[in-house]
Ligand binder design. Structure first.
Ligand code: C5P
Length: 303
């Protein structure tokens, strides 16, 4: 009789056979997968980044697609070019700092606080309405990775919680999911920056604490303690991310089970140092992968 864990060597040999997948320590990955398969869906939680992890980095022609914040850059540029240019100038100034290989995380943090803080002030000062922002999302260049809808729905069908931990804007993710899936699946929980609206449904503030790329860790999840307590039987974590800031998103989980870290590498193939860094911190590195196939295959062997 076939055991559920028999699927693990099959998945491993598939992973190791793919040119665009790097798995530098297959023994550890196989051991984590076996524990997860034995635990099954009931012991699993998926913690995922949103921008360029659940969403696509580039379209078929190689053009960069939008992040959740980028929804403002594009739409405001169209309607109010002067304000739109301010969003674009901020991105041109701070994005290179976010990914600069010469700066340490500590050196980058004040710049990230400035970037997020300034762009959030622009949004609040403009008092964008909820309706306008929903329209912006409808017209945005945020695109799901191939298979993302099915992935999210299959987690819901198997009662596996999906924590979307994003330094982007949570409301934009909510509106995007509502527009693409019809509704936000019950299993989904957000840890993100939320736009707060006044009684006229105009943006009036952002939630605290501010979440930027380099504080997706214990510093911002204090208020999430009740949620993590509620799911405290879920000791096995599948973590999906695309940046160095994503690797500690599992800090809220109360347990000593494994975290399988899957990293989407969107950088240049010539940047061997960056790629090597990803291989050190992520169990499985997916190079320029526009799909959620690997995450789906992992969930399929666990179910
Ligand atoms: O961690 P996550 O991928 O969710 O981070 C959101 C991304 O949004 C950052 O990597 C940053 O490049 C981007 N961003 C942006 N405009 C801002 C602030 C952040 O595009 N105003």
């Amino acid at each position: 009789q076939l055991k559920k864990t028999d699927a693990v060597p099959l998945l491993m040999s598939w992973l190791l056979g793919q040119e665009s997948i790097v798995c530098s320590d297959p023994t550890t990955v196989a051991a984590k997968l076996r524990k997860m398969v034995v635990g099954g869906a009931g012991k699993t939680v998926v913690i995922s980044d949103f921008d360029y992890t659940l969403s696509r980095f580039a379209n078929e022609s190689g053009e960069r697609l939008s992040t959740t914040h980028g929804v403002f850059d594009d739409n405001v540029m169209r309607l109010k070019p002067e304000l739109g240019q301010k969003f674009v100038d901020l991105k041109n100034k701070y994005y290179p700092i976010e990914f600069c290989p010469k700066l340490t995380m500590e050196e980058k943090i004040p710049h990230m606080e400035k970037w997020w803080g300034t762009s959030h002030s622009l949004i609040v000062n403009e008092k964008f309405s909820k309706h306008t922002i929903q329209d912006f999302v409808r017209q945005s260049r945020i695109v799901f990775k191939d298979g993302a809808e099915d992935f999210i729905q299959s987690l819901d069908a198997h009662n596996i919680p999906l924590v979307i931990f994003s330094a982007g804007i949570g409301n934009i993710i909510e509106y995007f999911l509502e527009q693409k899936l019809g509704a936000i699946p019950r299993n989904t929980h957000f840890i993100s920056n939320m736009i707060l609206f006044d009684e006229d449904e105009k943006a009036c503030a952002f939630s605290e604490p501010l979440i930027h790329t380099f504080c997706k860790n214990s510093s911002v999840i204090q208020k999430e303690a009740p949620f993590f307590h509620e799911i405290n039987g879920r000791v096995n974590v599948i973590l999906l991310g695309d940046s160095m800031g994503d690797i500690h998103m599992d800090v809220g989980v109360e347990r000593d089970g494994p975290t399988l870290k899957v990293g989407y590498y969107n950088g240049s193939l010539d940047d061997t140092a960056a790629l090597q860094h990803y291989e050190e911190v992520y169990d499985i590195v997916l190079i320029h992968d526009p799909t959620l196939n690997v995450a789906q295959k992992i969930v399929d062997v666990i179910n």
